[in-house]
Design a protein around this ligand. Structure first.
Ligand SMILES: C[S@@+](CC[C@H](N)C(=O)[O-])C[C@H]1O[C@@H](n2cnc3c(N)ncnc32)[C@H](O)[C@@H]1O
Length: 378
């Protein structure tokens, strides 16, 4: 009887885990795969420059905050996960930087990182539909770590309990798990008709996005809190907005309004349907560091070890061609799903043209920050 009860309880646990894992699907909009001219691999220099700008601070955080003696008391495999890794090459750079900093820290504590003593395992994680083939094909040949791919959404559980020493995510957690339902519902006061984002929209729409962000960030932190080892670190690089400015002053608002006006031009020409524009929304949220700080405090599982605003990369934001190609590489999947493959060339030609016509002062007036946050599991 006792055995039967234990078995039934185990079964319930397994069912719970299965339910958790089923949350992993949700909306997925991976970056453009492959290595063609529109691919993310060839159009992500901005994100790379942000990672480069963060390097020194990330090194410092690892050297000062990572307690290697404590972490290695239970295992000689150092497990590291990059969430929202996409297809490279930026993920390889971030992974290499972090592993070098970890090795430096171990050496400085008198540990030998030879194969027998300390091994590194890196989990590259992204949505199931991410181009993992491209990622695996371009893994650095001289890497000194075991590599594995982990498919699924970071808004649910991805790893076993207490198994990861460092989590990293760059330019990823501003993607929401989904567009809030009410903004695409014509019967809701939060219906976002004629707009494709919350930044320039009504208070109802803004509140719906804020609520989705709050729900998502809690799911994210809760999942990581279970997966990370006690004392483990999380390093995030996030595009956001400065504290206290209206959403409409965000630089992203300038770019999304341009994209929106291109889509509306195409509606007028009869190339895309107005209904499709009305029901289209970009599932991204630009948080301020203070907003994230509030969410982390509310979650209560992590202490904030570092929070710093990074220097913005020069030039790339106001370059029309770079802006068009970067936005295309990041959003092609999302746009294709709603409007079809055949409109993309025309849409981005138009975007490029409008961006060039836009007065540079309008673009430069848009407020944007990238910030680094380092958390430690309590
Ligand atoms: C702009 S790319 C950043 C890629 C890379 N980290 C870099 O810095 O170049 C954002 C990545 O986050 C992934 N992503 C967005 N939401 C996600 C989610 N809920 N779960 C897993 N990956 C997600 C996307 O698929 C995409 O590959």
């Amino acid at each position: 009887m006792q055995n039967l009860r234990t078995y039934t309880n185990r079964l319930k646990d397994t069912e719970m885990a299965a339910k958790d894992i089923s949350k992993l699907s949700g909306e997925a909009h991976p970056m453009t795969g492959g290595d063609g001219p529109n691919s993310y691999a060839n159009n992500s220099t901005y994100q790379k420059e942000v990672a480069v700008a963060a390097k020194e601070l990330v090194d410092r955080a690892i050297v000062e905050k990572l307690d290697v003696k404590f972490l290695l008391s239970s295992s000689t495999t150092f497990q590291f996960a990059d969430l929202g890794c996409s297809i490279g090459p930026n993920t390889f750079l971030s992974v290499e930087n972090i592993l070098q900093a970890v090795k430096f820290k171990y050496h400085s504590q008198g540990w030998r990182c030879s194969d027998q003593i300390l091994e590194f395992q890196v989990f590259f994680s992204d949505h199931t539909s991410n181009d993992f083939n491209m990622l695996f094909k371009s893994l650095p040949k001289n890497r000194q770590y075991y590599a594995a791919g982990v498919p699924g959404s970071f808004y649910g559980r991805l790893f076993p309990k207490a198994s990861i020493h460092i989590f990293h995510a760059s330019y990823a957690i501003h993607w929401l798990s989904r567009v809030p339902k009410e903004v695409a519902d014509r019967n809701s006061p939060a219906w976002n008709k004629g707009r494709i984002h919350y930044l320039n929209s009504t208070d109802e729409v803004k509140r719906a996005f804020e609520a989705q962000y709050a729900e998502d960030v809690e799911c994210f932190l809760q999942a990581r809190a279970e997966e990370i080892v006690r004392g483990g670190l999380m390093v995030f690089i996030i595009p956001g907005i400065p504290h206290g400015i209206p959403h409409s002053d965000a630089l992203a608002n300038v770019t999304y309004q341009l994209l929106e006006s291109c889509l509306m031009d195409m509606v007028r020409k009869g190339i895309v349907s107005e209904e499709k524009v009305d029901s289209f929304n970009i599932p991204m949220y630009y948080m301020s560091p203070q907003e994230l700080e509030g969410s982390i405090e509310q979650n209560g599982c992590f202490s904030i070890e570092m929070m710093e605003i990074l220097a913005l990369p020069n030039g790339t934001v106001s370059n029309a061609l770079v802006s068009a190609s970067h936005i295309r590489a990041a959003m092609e999947g999302l746009l294709k799903q709603q409007f079809g493959d055949e409109v993309l060339d025309e849409l981005f030609d138009l975007y490029h043209k409008k961006f060039e016509e836009q007065h540079s002062s309008t673009i430069e007036a848009g407020k944007a920050i990238n910030f680094l946050v380092v958390l430690k599991r309590n």
